[in-house]
Design a protein around this ligand. Structure first.
Ligand SMILES: Cc1cc2nc3c(=O)[nH]c(=O)nc-3n(C[C@H](O)[C@H](O)[C@H](O)COP(=O)(O)O)c2cc1C
Length: 316
């Protein structure tokens, strides 16, 4: 019996994969990935010159972004009706290789997640009031569970609000940080624009003080108002057992599964990592909220109160 090797993808099919990857969320919409194709193997590499020295000094958000892109890549391969295997790489600029296998029909779940890719976007404004029902929250949470990754609904929301207030005050006055942010928010105009960076109209002055990105004019509400904000949201903290490159990729991949699952359920959300990069914040968050590991990202989600502007993408 001969076992035929899986067929390489056509140019059209590769375009299909590239489009799905390009719609992944990324820190400051920097789209820090690159695809390299070798027959039936697709490498996901970190794109050079996408470092954010102030927001992401250790490149962990860049890896989280690549992890999110990896989820899109895997879902797109499966939606094409092909099996695949994902392997993380330990060193170098290639962070993972996706090996495309034999024909295999996509599961209904993978297909639904794949179709949510173009509909997902960051909603940084307040949500429609009301908590998401417990059963739906459980489904969103479980979508991100993976080996070494935990999705936690935080308790101690008073502590969280206090930490957010502290972070907002520090970030507002950090001139180096604000200069870098200005560069990533000044030049892009949303809609169908082509490029990277965050459009002004995708940001929000409302909701949690750090639901969008803290800028020089971001107001810090008083303690009472602040304390009520996390309680009005549905929050999940993505934690990992350890803090390696593989953990960052796995956290990003899990975050995107959670976000796409929320999208399938007609929910919207946004990610907060900005305060996690402040010295001491991550450790305080872990200890004061008794988290089961290293916090990598906070996902806030709920029912949409209105539309959100799409952000641009670099040409494929
Ligand atoms: C790892 C990571 C960190 C992010 N951190 C923040 C953040 O702190 N604040 C924020 O408003 N958005 C954050 N985002 C969302 C990105 O800014 C957003 O995905 C990007 O601008 C593209 O827009 P879209 O999500 O609407 O496609 C983050 C996204 C990722 C993947």
């Amino acid at each position: 019996m001969t076992t035929a090797t899986p067929a390489a993808l056509t140019t059209e099919q590769l375009g299909f994969l590239a489009r799905a990857v390009s719609r992944a969320p990324s820190v400051h919409n920097s789209q820090p990935w690159q695809l390299r194709v070798r027959g039936t193997e697709v490498d996901l590499a970190v794109r050079p010159r996408t470092a954010l020295r102030r927001h992401d000094p250790f490149g962990r958000d860049r890896l989280l972004s690549c992890g999110a892109a990896l989820t899109d890549l895997e879902l797109a391969v499966r939606a094409l009706g092909r099996d695949c295997h994902v392997e993380y790489r330990d060193g170098g600029d290639v962070v993972a290789t996706v090996t495309i296998g034999r024909p295999r029909p996509a599961s209904a779940r993978d297909f639904a997640l794949y179709h949510a890719i173009p509909r997902r976007r960051s909603h940084r404004r307040a949500f429609f009031p009301g908590r998401v029902p417990g059963g739906v929250r459980a489904a969103v949470t479980v979508a991100g569970e993976a080996t070494g990754v935990h999705l936690v609904e935080p308790g101690r929301l008073d502590k969280l609000a206090e930490l957010f207030g502290f972070a907002t005050r520090v970030l507002r006055d950090d001139r180096g940080y604000q200069r870098e942010l200005e560069l990533w928010t000044a030049h892009t105009h949303g809609g169908n624009a082509v490029g990277d960076g965050i459009p002004e109209d995708a940001l929000s002055p409302e909701a949690l003080p750090v639901a969008g990105l803290v800028r020089t004019a971001t107001p810090v509400p008083d303690d009472v108002v602040l304390a009520g904000r996390p309680a009005a949201e549905n929050l999940l903290i993505v934690c990992t057992d350890t803090d390696t490159r593989a953990d960052h990729l796995a956290a990003g991949a899990a975050l995107q599964r959670v976000w796409l699952t929320a999208t399938v359920k007609a929910l919207v959300g946004s990610v907060i990592t900005q305060p996690l990069h402040l010295t001491g914040f991550r450790a305080r968050l872990a200890s004061e909220l008794a988290l089961p590991g290293v916090p990598q990202a906070i996902f806030r989600y709920g029912h949409p109160a209105g539309p959100a502007a799409p952000s641009p993408r670099l040409p494929l």
